[in-house]
Unconditional design. Structure first.
Length: 257
């Protein structure tokens, strides 16, 4: 294992060598690599969703390379090196698992999670972050960030006792959307409030909104592709069809896929 890690670090160093390196790799910066990092993370998630474990091995390697790339740039700037990243995560994992590496007794997974969040809160205070909402990345997908904001607030008691309160809020927001004119500048804000309220419902059911919406996207895509195939059998394309015909096919396909 260490040999392969050292080999990867040596490859990265060579790619960034000012004289003999790769022009593309030499041109990159922290910011320019970010889109590739996000893409690689999504490809990892996609391989897991498809249970394609041969692909997962490769995708995890691609994601690891992103970490090595950032660390190489930081090393060149005299900030830190890959080994410092490894040490930092090792320290954090040991610190946040006192029930494993220390003497603390925690009864179950819920107790572990509660203690984890408490430790994170203390760590934020230690670095001068006083709000429970500090360090939630602005660049997160909006759906995930809404979920994270709500979880943080729930951890300090700012939450409905049950999902019923969340549903009441959804109904309130639906009414406000319906009462807003279609061409009103407030419509975007009201729709945003409705989406945020729906995330709360998902969270209360202990589900991840990104995962829920991904599944819904996949189901929609699967069914619409089946509609397209049914139209092909009739010698048509969606453009040559109409809403009534496609809706009829959609309802038939819903019973099958």
């Amino acid at each position: 294992m260490p040999d392969n890690i050292n080999r990867l670090l040596a490859i990265m160093s060579r790619l960034r060598d000012p004289e003999h390196g790769c022009p593309w790799d030499l041109k990159q910066s922290y910011a320019s690599i970010v889109p590739y990092t996000l893409e690689e993370a999504y490809e990892v998630a996609d391989a897991i969703a498809r249970q394609s474990f041969d692909e997962l091995k490769d995708e995890l390697g691609d994601l690891l390379f992103q970490v090595v790339f950032y660390a190489q740039i930081a090393k060149e700037e005299g900030r830190f090196a890959f080994d410092d990243c490894v040490a930092a995560i090792c320290d954090k994992l040991e610190r946040r698992h006192p029930h494993v590496f220390g003497e603390l007794n925690l009864a179950d997974a819920d107790a572990v999670l509660k203690n984890w969040e408490a430790l994170k809160t203390e760590e934020r205070k230690d670095v001068g972050q006083n709000s429970v909402l500090d360090n939630i990345p602005q660049a997160m997908p909006a759906l995930s960030r809404a979920y994270k904001l709500q979880k943080r607030c729930a951890n300090v008691g700012f939450d409905w006792p049950s999902v019923d309160g969340c549903w009441d809020k959804v109904k309130e927001e639906i009414l406000e959307v319906e009462q807003t004119q279609a061409d009103s500048p407030e419509l975007s804000e009201e729709l945003g409030d409705l989406m945020f309220a729906l995330v709360n419902v998902v969270r209360k059911h202990k589900l991840d909104p990104e995962a829920v919406l991904r599944a819904a996207n996949s189901k929609f895509e699967r069914r619409f592709r089946a509609v397209e195939q049914a139209l092909v059998l009739n010698g048509k394309t969606p453009e040559q069809s109409n809403l009534d015909e496609m809706e009829q096919l959609w309802q038939q396909i819903k019973q099958q896929v």
